[in-house]
Every structure is written in structure tokens, then in C-alpha cells.
Ligand binder design. Structure first.
Ligand code: VG1
Ligand code: CO
Length: 555
């Protein structure tokens, strides 16, 4: 037991910052920005102020993805929790918790909420990004009403409370006390691994993974999932140690973007397409992001789009013990392809279309309207937690593969044959001047009302609007969630600005085309979408406003 002497706490005077508005998933800025005096403290105090009076004596979960500045921030937050009357903090060992593991712990301990330190897929290191977000008692990201209130606090804050005591050792499991605050340091992985083993058929997956003819490769991208994957895939399911690549947690993620897509997970892609010409590729490949909530799924020589992955998991969920009783409904973010809607229709269950960001799924999950949900941005999840969950998606696929005894490609192709194929791609234009991005949107918005009925490249526009969402549970309204251009043949183009970047603006353009005819299921994606890509340029003059001839990232 480690005790720190109580010290009289004086409030510290501070000045508000004007830029602490949380984005799609918490507050994200560069590390250097976060390191400014009082910057983190102001934001944390603003969260605490919004939690009063429940904060007094409450339990909070705390952890992060291990990126640079994680440990320093944890010490600051612990001292602030002590000074603000929090009763207990449950902390992941070494300050590490993946986002889904933190969500699970909040629920398991019926905590008031949790603070998660992560900028997710953004690069880390001393010149990289840092982030912080608050999750509420259901385990999910705080809804807009709360994040708006926090933002209002950050604009007027003039003092914060912090205990003037030294930090505690973060790496030793056990109970500690900081002034009146109890701190319990727990194994970051155990509870999460236990939850996973309760959802899936581990013995069936173990049989598959142990077949000589079946090899997997999991790319942890030097981020938080390394220890989780080692425990679950290697220790519990018997995969070879070598099947996990980039499994160490490094504070700078090895200098890479911990973003699981075909562009950033190069090592995995090289293995899955056997670019080194070894003569064979693993049968199943996957990667996860900085904080462990995203996933990319691949088969040998085959990539599964996240939208298809959601649809395939939904169509096969009955093969997984946790979902064998059926699904209540399926949720997807608006830009995500409509592939999952077709599965919902066939299953006779409702489907929901929400704005981008996991916080919008919380009410639907809590109200038992949906069981599965997903986003095109490599996020899939279910009602087992209130965050997207990378390793959970990997285990879904392994469970389905084990039951069906087919390859990833065979399963996806059969899915297309049954439901039709939704060709899908997202084009990102990163780091463009905010002013150019705003001008592009202003002109797009101005023209929206004139577009209905017009034909471009043989596709006729049926709807052109800016997506507004009314939450069916609490009736809260979220406006301006992205410009949608819908065509009569189920094709869509969506334009929106990213809310997670830290430099300039990022324009995201999403393309989708539905093709029923099985003879047309083998087209190259960018070719299948070519006319829509051309139309997007006509509608938005992207080259003109951004000066960029091509997107910086295509997923
Ligand atoms: C992006 C994705 C969104 C996701 C969000 C957080 O947001 O598009 O689908 O929920 O990141 O994911 P934006 O506003 O940049 O498009 V994570 O894994 O970065 O917490
Ligand atoms: Co993430």
C-alpha cells in the first residue's frame, strides 16, 4: 500500500483557452499544444465541473493508448481527481487501456465514467498528436449535450484543483491512496479477455487456428492492441507468436500512423498479398489502430471493406454464441455503405442511420434497438461495450470462419451473390487550409437545392441535402452532419469535414454504388466508382478549391 500525505489544496488560477471544442471523438491536438501550461488541466477541470455533484466520491476508469505524454497526463489527472473529491480511480497498468477495454471496465464497475487518453489513429510521439475524451456511465463516448457543456466550461474556466503531491508508480498492480483518493491499478487486459471468451466459441476458434493449413497475421501497429492480441490470440487461442507483428506498445508507434487501412498497414498488406513472393499468404489478416477500437479485415489476396465486414458479420451473427438468439437491429453511420441495410431487411429487423461518430450509437444500444453497429472508417462493434472494438471484430471473423470452413474471400463473394455488391471508397484530402474547405462547402451548400432531378453521367439525383439526425430515443437533433447526394440507382456521394484532425481541414468524400449483377462483382473499385468520382468533382470543384489533383489517402 502506498500512501501520500494529504496536502492542503489551493485552487490554481488559470485563463481559458478558446480552442477546446471536442470533435468527433474527444479533444485532439498536437502533443506540443497539449503541453502548454494548464491546457490539459483546464480541459480536465471542465469535465469535472460538468460532472458535479455526482463526481464526489465517484469511481472513474482511467487509461490511454500509451502514446507519448500518456504517463504525464495520467499523473496530472490522478492529482486533479484527488483534489476534486473523486472517490476511486481504476487505472490500467502503466496507464494503458484500449478504448473498448475502458468501455467494458466502466460498465463492469458501474463507474460514473472514464477518461481515455488517445488520439486514436493519429500519429504519436513528441511531434505527434494527443487526445482526451470522457465516456459516460454506459461506457460510451459522452453525447453532444455533455461535450457542448464541457466546451462552454472551457471558455469561462478561471481555476482548477490539483493535489500538490508526487505521482504514484503506474506499473505495479495494487491499491494506492493519493490523499483521500483510492487508486486501484489493474491488469489492462484480463477483464477484456474474459469478456471476449464469454462472447465467442473459443474452442472452435482454437481448432481452426491450430490447423497447420490455417495461418493468421495480426498487425498491432506498435499500438495498444499488442498485449491484448498476445493474450487472446496467442495465449488463449493458440496462434503462433510470430502471427502478431508490430506487437510492442511504443509511445511513437514506431513513427507510423497507427491507422489500419491499406495505406498505413503496409507490412500486413505485403504479407496478405505475398508481395515478397514466398509462395503463400496467411489465410486471415487483421490490424487495429492506436487505441484498439478500429479493425481492418483481410483474407489471402483479399481485402474486406469495413462496410462489407459489418454486413457479413450481421448476416452470420447467428453462428456466434453471443448473437445466436438473433439481432435486434443494425446501426451504421450515414457515410457507411448500405450493405448492412440489405441484411437487416432480409432479417426483418430495423436499421438505423446515424451521424459519424460512435457517440450516436449509445442511445440505440442502451434502448435495445440495435445489437450491431459500424462505420466505414474501420469501426465495428456490438452491445457488449459502447465503443467500436477492433479485436472483437477479429474474433467475429475467426468465429465465422471456424463455423463455415470457407475462406474470407469465399464468404464475401457468397455474400455479394446473395445481397448484391456495394462498391465503396473514401477519398480524403488532408491538411487543406480551413478557409478553402469552408468555401468549398459554402458553394456546395448553395447549389444543393438545384440538384434534385439533374442527371450526371447517367445517374439522376433524387436527394441532395445536408444530413440532420433526430435521435429516436431522446429526440436530440444534430444538424450539418454531411452533404448527401443520392441517386436513383442507390448510388451515393457524401461530402463531410473530418472532426478528428489537428492540422488544417480534411475533406472526406465517400462514394457508393450498388451492383446486383454477379457478373459485375469483379470490377476494380475505383473503376466501378469512376463516374461518381467525376461527378463529385463537377459538384464540388475539389481541385479548384483545394489545389490538389488527387486525394492524399484512398480507402
Ligand atoms: C473519424 C471517422 C469516424 C470515427 C472517428 C473516431 O472521424 O470518420 O467514423 O468515429 O474518426 O474514430 P472524422 O470526423 O475524422 O471523420 V477513432 O478510432 O479515431 O476514435
Ligand atoms: Co481509434
Amino acid at each position: 500500500m502506498y500512501y501520500s500525505k494529504p496536502i492542503k489544496i489551493q485552487p490554481v488560477k488559470t485563463q481559458p483557452f478558446t480552442d477546446q471544442k471536442p470533435g468527433t471523438s474527444g479533444l485532439r491536438k498536437t502533443v506540443n499544444h497539449f503541453k502548454q501550461a494548464d491546457y490539459l488541466q483546464n480541459f480536465v477541470q471542465s469535465i469535472f465541473n460538468c460532472l458535479k455533484p455526482d463526481l464526489l466520491g465517484s469511481t472513474l476508469i482511467l487509461g490511454g493508448d500509451g502514446r507519448y505524454y500518456n504517463r504525464e497526463s495520467i499523473q496530472i489527472i490522478l492529482r486533479m481527481a484527488a483534489a476534486n473529491g473523486v472517490g476511486k480511480v481504476i487505472l490500467g497498468q502503466g496507464g494503458i487501456l484500449s478504448t473498448p477495454a475502458a468501455s467494458h471496465l466502466i460498465r463492469r464497475h458501474q463507474a460514473l465514467g472514464g477518461i481515455i487518453l488517445s488520439a486514436s489513429h493519429n500519429p504519436g510521439g513528441m511531434n505527434g498528436d494527443f487526445g482526451i475524451k470522457y465516456n459516460i456511465s454506459n461506457g460510451g463516448p459522452a453525447p453532444e449535450e455533455f461535450t457542448d457543456a464541457v466546451f462552454e466550461e472551457t471558455k469561462v474556466i478561471n481555476q482548477y484543483h490539483i493535489a500538490g503531491i508526487k505521482g504514484i508508480p503506474l506499473d505495479l498492480l495494487g491499491d494506492y491512496t493519493l490523499d483521500k483518493l483510492k487508486i486501484e491499478i489493474i491488469d489492462s487486459v484480463v477483464d477484456y479477455a474474459e469478456l471476449m471468451s464469454s462472447l465467442f466459441n473459443f474452442s472452435k476458434i482454437r481448432e481452426l487456428v491450430n490447423l497447420r493449413s490455417f495461418n493468421i497475421c495480426f498487425d498491432a501497429m506498435y499500438a495498444v492492441t499488442g498485449p491484448y492480441a498476445k493474450k487472446i490470440l496467442v495465449e488463449m487461442l493458440g496462434a503462433d507468436e510470430e502471427s502478431i507483428i508490430r506487437g510492442e506498445c511504443l509511445p511513437n508507434f514506431g513513427g507510423f500512423h497507427p491507422d489500419p487501412n491499406l495505406v498505413h498497414a503496409k507490412q500486413l498488406v505485403a504479407k496478405m498479398y505475398d508481395l515478397e513472393e514466398t509462395g503463400s499468404a496467411p489465410n486471415f489478416g487483421a490490424a487495429s489502430d492506436g487505441d484498439g477500437d478500429r479493425n481492418m479485415i483481410m483474407g489471402d489476396y483479399f481485402f474486406v471493406t469495413p462496410s462489407d465486414s459489418l454486413a457479413v458479420i450481421a448476416a452470420n451473427a447467428h453462428l456466434i454464441p453471443a448473437y445466436k438468439g438473433g439481432l435486434k437491429g443494425i446501426g451504421r453511420s450515414m457515410p457507411t455503405s448500405q450493405a448492412a441495410d440489405r441484411v437487416a431487411e432480409k432479417l426483418g429487423i430495423p436499421s438505423y442511420e446515424t451521424p459519424t461518430g460512435w457517440k450516436f450509437f449509445g442511445n440505440l444500444l442502451d434502448d435495445d434497438r440495435i445489437t450491431l453497429c459500424g462505420e466505414e472508417s474501420f469501426g465495428t462493434g456490438s452491445d457488449h461495450v459502447r465503443e467500436k472494438d477492433g479485436l472483437w471484430a477479429v474474433l467475429c471473423w475467426l468465429n465465422i470462419l471456424a463455423e463455415r470452413g470457407q475462406s474470407v474471400e469465399e464468404i464475401v463473394r457468397q455474400h455479394w451473390a446473395e445481397y448484391g455488391r456495394n462498391y465503396y471508397s473514401r477519398h480524403d484530402y488532408e491538411n487543406i487550409p480551413a478557409e478553402s474547405a469552408n468555401k468549398l462547402f459554402e458553394s456546395l451548400q448553395e447549389n444543393l437545392s438545384t440538384l434534385k432531378g439533374r442527371e450526371f453521367n447517367g445517374n439522376t439525383i433524387t436527394t441532395a441535402d445536408n444530413f440532420s439526425y433526430t435521435d429516436p430515443v431522446d429526440n436530440s437533433v444534430s444538424e450539418n452532419q454531411g452533404v448527401r447526394v443520392l441517386f436513383d440507382n442507390d448510388a451515393r456521394i457524401i461530402f463531410r469535414l473530418s472532426g478528428t484532425g489537428t492540422a488544417g481541414a480534411t475533406l472526406r468524400v465517400y462514394f457508393e454504388r450498388y451492383v446486383e449483377d454477379i457478373k459485375q462483382h469483379d470490377l476494380e473499385t475505383q473503376e466501378a466508382l469512376y463516374d461518381l468520382i467525376e461527378t463529385a468533382e463537377l459538384l464540388a470543384n475539389i481541385i479548384g478549391y483545394t489545389g490538389m489533383q488527387e486525394p492524399t489517402v484512398i480507402t
